[in-house]
Design a protein around this ligand. Structure first.
Ligand code: FES
Length: 161
């Protein structure tokens, strides 16, 4: 945390850009490093990068939006993905999604004000036999019932520092 503060965001962006400036595919590698450092690609950083590399901002956003991997919004400490793929949908995923929304008081694509939880509705997570499925960070919860959502989230809420 301290070492990140020692260097300004501008210096960090310069350092990363400098490392990759003349290499092929540099923009993607730079964005990977940016996301690794900040957890997403903040707009401020995209602007700095555009100036530093002399690449139009639109080009940077084209790359970011083309690859699902890149995020434009700050992730939560816990990222909840509710699967809305066909198998999960047929097994009541909408009710699970509604339960999460109600309990956290956020909508899809939003993060709670304390930064603890982010909620996304996603396509098939690849474990349809466990439908309906939710994933919190890299942990999968299968055959979830809407009554269990509160209990699942409570375990994460306890970890609030
Ligand atoms: S549809 Fe949800 S895991 Fe496949």
């Amino acid at each position: 945390m301290e070492s990140t503060k020692e260097m300004s965001v501008k210096d960090q962006v310069k350092a990363i850009a400098g490392q990759w400036r003349d290499r092929e595919g540099n923009l993607i590698m730079i964005l990977h490093q940016i996301q690794g450092k900040f957890g997403y690609v903040p707009r401020e950083v995209a602007l700095l990068l555009s100036r530093e590399l002399d690449v139009p901002l639109a080009t940077i956003y084209e790359v970011i939006t083309f690859y699902n991997y890149f995020k434009l919004e700050k992730p939560g400490k816990y990222n909840i993905a509710v699967c809305m793929g066909t198998a999960c949908y047929l097994k009541g995923a909408s009710q699970i999604l509604d339960a999460v929304k109600d309990l956290l008081n956020i909508d899809e694509g939003e993060t709670t004000p304390d930064g603890m939880f982010r909620l996304d509705a996603v396509r098939c997570l690849g474990c349809c036999g466990l439908a309906p499925v939710i994933m919190i960070n890299d942990r999968i919860y299968g055959k979830v019932k809407k009554e269990q959502v509160m209990e699942i989230l409570a375990a994460y809420k306890k970890n609030k520092e």
